[in-house]
Design a protein around this ligand. Structure first.
Ligand code: GLA
Ligand code: ZN
Length: 689
């Protein structure tokens, strides 16, 4: 069965390699454009994102459009085999617009309207801004959507932020009316009798801010949902004129690392491709970059999962260093190739940069770029980029292949918002994200591919479902997990699960609410430990997982009762010594584990490794991987492409398993033992089983 997706554009069915390109900053230097084209070809670049912040260059005065420079650029691209992702310029507005129509500017939570400046500083609701964007996008679409050089749309840039203007407040009230129908239903969902906060009319409701209401958790949650929906609606508004001019041109907007404010799952239907901007902080931990690598692997997996395994785009990365991190370190030799191929290993069909050429002035003049201020190709960074470009040209057969994990980890935006707003046992650090990471890391170490999903996703494609701190269990999710387990799935839950429903109202049926039956336990209380405190958990002899010994528990210890589940470990200290700390419940054909306390990483690694083994979850390679080395895999159902990556400063070796492997780049038999240079990746090909 072929598992291949079509390429991003039929015009160029290859790995895409390129950068954000801002010739609009160089209009007074015409020689730069010609030189750039020569350099792009030298660097094996085939795509550029253009026009991202070019509103002023396209419409310098209201209604006066100057497309000539863009016409010329795209013409030169077409003549030279370079393609364009054409951006809509809404990420920054021209001064004439802010001056004439102040309503386009955002209002901060303190109620004060921002001044002109910066970027991403616009109201998503303002009718004037929407109108101006519509005019701009219609013109761009009419002029360029059938241009031979254009392969897709790059909508705006890194959507984010919120606005508290009167238009947005009114839209929030409309959103609530639509959701709840009556003010009474809203009061019930928000539990507003608390502190006498009952509303009697829609007009009384304001966005949550520090100046006003922030104590109604259901309201905070709905505001976040509204901000996502309003941003999605703005994005849809941007897309309409583009689609109506040419419905074939694929559309994306670039997302950000672990970006909490927007629930990216709500954008997926609107977009043809998922793209994101990745800026790992390499070399911040001596010789071992595995922590950073696993975290970026996690994020690549999020972006691949958003569209069910469809290849995504690495829209931005730096060819050398950033200029906004506390320490903007250069990439050590090898790291550019490794970091870029990491994205490909997890499912990206592109490697793109911010930025092609360093700007001469302003806040990003010192940010890494393919072409430095010196302007020529004789730099270390340029050579690294060109070498990667030549490598990507050899990966054409990987384009469109996917990743088919047997494991999914639920990392749910709404749950994350709710749990962090919960005001409960550990306000000094609930560590939701770290908990998700620590439950992903063992799979990364073992070379087990993982999808990162939302709790609305299908669970059936997976054998193992891990849900760290699923505090909020939305309607229907508990029942779906129950069926998943009954049908033979394995479910792993942790402390602080099943506390509230989708309105952030606590379950009255005993925690973990709708998962109580599946997990076979009742959680009566949860203890919160100071940073200097710990407990022990003692593994029970003869347990079915073959675990043994003791582990350290910190921060959160759940006090549970067995209701059908079996204890695999018990607490070793305090007044709850002897009470269950790790349980398993058999339900139908499956099993559900409950980890009652936050334990050291040795525990999480051992537990998940034993479950992987016992359940026969496939590892990419049937062999041991050294620390800091991972194996990820893409497949089309006929061939597998195994990416063996070494994220350490040391040379490592991996013994392959019994199957036959070719080195994809050389075409040679890979042999049995693979040498991995410091910071390097080897790509191996084998037949799929
Ligand atoms: C973001 C933006 C780019 C640029 C880079 C710098 O990702 O989208 O315009 O500012 O950061 O790293
Ligand atoms: Zn607004």
């Amino acid at each position: 069965m072929s598992l291949k997706f079509p390429p991003i554009s039929g015009k160029i069915p290859q790995m895409l390699h390129g950068a954000d390109y801002n010739p609009d900053q160089w209009l007074k230097y015409p020689e730069v454009l010609e030189e750039d084209i020569r350099l792009m070809k030298l660097a094996h670049c085939n795509v550029m994102s253009v026009g991202i912040f070019a509103w002023m260059a396209i419409e310098p005065e209201e209604g006066v459009f100057t497309f000539e420079w863009l016409d010329k650029l795209l013409e030169r691209f077409a003549a030279n085999g370079i393609y364009a992702l054409l951006a809509t310029p809404s990420g920054a507005r021209p001064i004439w617009m802010s001056q004439k129509y102040p309503e386009v500017l955002r209002v901060a939570p303190n109620g004060i309207r921002n001044l002109h400046g910066a970027r991403h500083n616009h109201c998503f609701t303002s009718p004037v801004y929407r109108d101006k964007v519509n005019i701009m996008n219609t013109k761009l679409a009419e002029r360029y959507s059938n241009h031979p050089a254009v392969i897709g749309w790059h909508i705006s840039n890194e959507f984010g932020g919120e606005c508290h203007c009167s238009y947005c407040e009114e839209a929030f009230r409309g959103w609530l009316k639509n959701k709840y129908g009556t003010i009474e239903a809203l009061n019930d969902a928000w539990w507003t009798a608390f502190w006498s906060h009952t509303y009697t009319d829609w007009s009384q409701i304001e966005s949550p801010t520090d100046r006003g209401e922030k104590a109604v958790h259901g309201q905070n949650l709905d505001w976040r949902r509204f901000v996502t929906d309003q941003t999605v609606d703005f994005c849809r508004h941007e897309i309409e004129p583009l689609r109506s001019a040419n419905s074939e041109l694929p559309i994306t907007t670039n997302f950000m690392l672990d970006f909490e404010p927007l629930n990216y799952w709500k954008f997926t239907d609107l977009l043809d491709m998922i793209s994101w901007d990745a800026y790992p902080m390499w070399h911040d931990n001596g010789a071992d970059d595995s922590d950073q690598a696993a975290w970026f692997g996690f994020n690549h997996d999020v972006f691949r999962s958003l569209k069910g395994g469809k290849p995504f785009m690495l829209m931005e990365s730096t060819p050398s260093m950033t200029n906004w991190q506390p320490i903007s370190k250069m990439k050590r030799p090898g790291m550019h190739m490794l970091s870029s191929l990491q994205a490909v290993a997890h499912g990206s069909d592109t490697v793109q940069y911010f930025q092609w050429r360093k700007s001469r002035g302003s806040s990003e003049k010192l940010h890494g770029a393919v072409v430095d201020h010196v302007g020529h190709e004789h730099t270390r960074v340029f050579r690294d980029v060109a070498e990667l470009g030549a490598t990507l040209e050899k990966l054409t057969e990987v384009v469109g292949t996917t990743v088919k994990p047997e494991v999914a980890l639920i990392y749910d935006w709404e749950n994350r918002w709710a749990v962090k707003d919960s005001q409960g046992p550990r306000n000094s650090g609930l560590h939701y994200e770290e908990t998700a990471k620590s439950h992903y890391r063992p799979f990364w170490d073992l070379g087990v591919p993982v999808d990162i999903i939302d709790s609305e996703c299908e669970f059936n494609p997976y054998k193992l479902l891990v849900a760290p701190m699923l505090y909020m269990v939305r309607a229907g999710v508990g029942e779906r997990i129950e069926r998943f387990v009954e049908n033979g799935g394995v479910f792993v839950a942790t402390y602080w699960t099943g506390i509230v429903d989708e309105n952030d109202l606590c379950f009255l049926s005993g925690f973990p609410g709708p998962l109580r039956k599946t997990l076979g336990i009742w959680s009566e209380e949860i203890d919160s430990l100071h940073d200097h405190d710990s407990n022990r958990i003692v593994i029970q002899d003869g347990n079915a997982l073959g675990l043994s010994g003791e582990y350290t528990a910190r921060e959160l210890c759940d006090l549970i009762h067995l209701e059908g589940a079996e204890a695999l470990a018990v607490y070793g200290e305090d007044f709850y010594a002897g009470r269950p700390a790790l349980t398993v419940n058999q339900l139908g054909a499956g099993k559900a584990y409950y980890i009652a306390s936050r334990n050291d990483s040795a525990f999480t690694n051992d537990l998940l490794a034993r479950i992987v083994e016992q359940e026969g979850i496939k590892r990419v390679l049937n062999s041991e991987l050294p620390k800091s080395v991972t194996a990820q895999m893409r497949t089309d159902g006929t061939n597998d492409y195994v990416f063996l990556s070494n994220f350490s400063a040391n040379k490592e070796a991996v013994q392959l398993d019994e199957r036959n492997y070719l080195d994809l780049l050389t075409g040679d038999d890979a042999g049995q033992s693979i040498e991995l240079a410091p910071y390097s990746c080897r790509i191996l090909k084998r037949e799929s089983k």
